[in-house]
Design a protein around this ligand. Sequence first.
Ligand SMILES: [Fe+2]
Length: 158
Amino acid sequence: MSLQLKRSIVPDATREKTVAILQGCLVDLLDLALQGKQAHWNLLGTRFRSVHLQLDEIIDAARMASDEVAERIVTLGRAADGRAAEIAGSTRLEKFPGGLLSVDDAISHYSDRLAKTIEGLRSGISQLGELDPISEDLLIGISAGLEKHLWMMQAQEV
Ligand SMILES: [Fe+2]
């Protein structure tokens, strides 16, 4: 027998679509945090320290956001899936390059992943308005924060 919450706060018809959108964003956010650590550890060059610390701020934001999204999924009555194999299998972010990398390359690669995560969030936002405004509001707040981080990261590219 599968476990289930007794009381539902959304109609069945909208729940599955909403949860699928949230699950896609959850995986991207988890991967964004993991890739952030990959960049944080393997940077080399001038501005190392500021970018190293800046990446940790973004990682904290991505982790907190992933927790909020996962808990929203369970609030809606479905299980969140944040397992490593699920992240590897369904992330929409490109794999981060291995090895040591220059600060400039790290900024460029990580900005690309931030932008891709935001693209997924914004796509979700555009669909959630009619499905579940509470989930829409959650993704709007997360995207706003990450968009500011993207600004501060890519401002260093010029
Ligand atoms: Fe560290």
